[in-house]
Design a protein around this ligand. Structure first.
Ligand code: PMP
Length: 309
């Protein structure tokens, strides 16, 4: 079996049972490991789908410059898609995101514009967006996919990620939880899983210092990729029944345990998701199945507290 290019190898990531982190009497926890996806994260899927969607609609052509404000993985995904498809790609991101992400984007041949994060990620992301929109106004060849409002983002999680989960899991899924960046993951997967089992329970997960769905305010936190300080347009706020809040230390400790107890090298927001999944599994109890996603690989966090003792 030969793939025509790297993007054809995307998706169909493994679903893995946790064996050493699940408390006695709790539900089984299954994790979909997107760190093993092409490009090392779940966001290659959305990058590819947003670009294919724009191509199909005739919105972009070979002269198009892709410009996107992003806190990281979406930029890596777009840089990868741009490399394979031959688009010039410019990524605008806060200077607070990990150095590895910047290097990966450059390594895929994309350009980078860094905006200073003055300890307010919400404001900084907004400035990244303003910069992208200014570039689009000044140059008609600039296309900004706008992952926070682009329906092609949640759509790929309905048609692919969510569908893969249904095909991989034997029996009904009783619980699902996910942190929220653009909300594409929880909306798309949540809608697909819920239509298969309307009685299931879905939790949104927020960092302690970005718990805006819970009425909190936005500060700085370490759970990169989620808790950007906005309630995204594409987020289906009716898809989750409860919100669980995770502290930075808990997210990091859980991600470290995923490596040391389960052998799964994943990023900090994967720790966030599993910390919540453990609580959901305790609530639902033995005999039930809880699913979550591990959005990316640990290998883009060497310079962060994830790798401190
Ligand atoms: N975790 C990480 C590491 C991410 O990069 C993202 C994407 N921003 C998410 C979680 C959240 O995914 P979504 O944008 O689909 O809500």
């Amino acid at each position: 079996m030969v793939y025509q290019n790297i993007l054809d190898a995307m998706g169909n990531t493994p679903m893995i049972q946790l064996n050493h982190m699940v408390p006695e009497g709790a539900a089984r926890i299954l994790v979909k490991f997107e760190g093993l996806n092409v490009g090392g994260s779940i966001k290659t899927r959305t990058a590819y789908n947003m670009i294919c969607d724009a191509e199909e609609k005739g919105v972009i052509d070979q002269d198009t410059i892709i410009v996107e404000p992003t806190s990281g993985n979406q930029g890596i995904g777009l840089a990868l898609v741009g490399a394979v498809k031959g688009y010039r790609t410019i990524i605008i991101m806060p200077d607070s995101v990990s150095e590895e992400r910047r290097k990966l984007i450059n390594h895929y041949g994309a350009e980078l514009i860094l905006i200073h994060d003055d300890n307010n990620i919400g404001e900084c992301i907004d400035e990244c967006l303003q910069t992208a929109m200014r570039m689009a106004e000044e140059d008609p060849n600039v296309f900004v996919p706008q992952q926070f409002i682009n329906p092609a983002n949640p759509q790929v999680h309905r048609s692919h990620t969510g569908q893969e989960i249904l095909e991989q899991v034997d029996g009904p899924i009783h619980g699902f939880c996910s942190g929220i960046g653009t909300g594409g993951t929880i909306t798309g997967i949540g809608e697909t899983l819920k239509s298969a089992n309307p009685d299931m329970e879905i939790w949104a997960v927020e960092p302690e210092h970005a718990a805006i769905l819970s009425g909190g305010s936005i500060g700085s936190h370490l759970q990169m990729g989620i808790g950007d300080g906005v309630i995204p347009d594409i987020l289906n706020q009716n898809i989750y029944q409860d919100i669980y809040i995770v502290k930075d230390e808990e997210a990091i400790r859980t991600a470290q345990e995923l490596a040391s107890k389960e052998g799964i090298m994943c990023g900090i927001s994967s720790g966030t998701n599993v910390a919540a999944a453990i609580q959901l599994a305790k609530k639902l109890g033995e005999g039930k199945t809880v699913v979550t996603v591990l959005p990316d690989t640990a290998e883009r966090y060497f310079s962060t507290p994830l790798f401190e003792e």
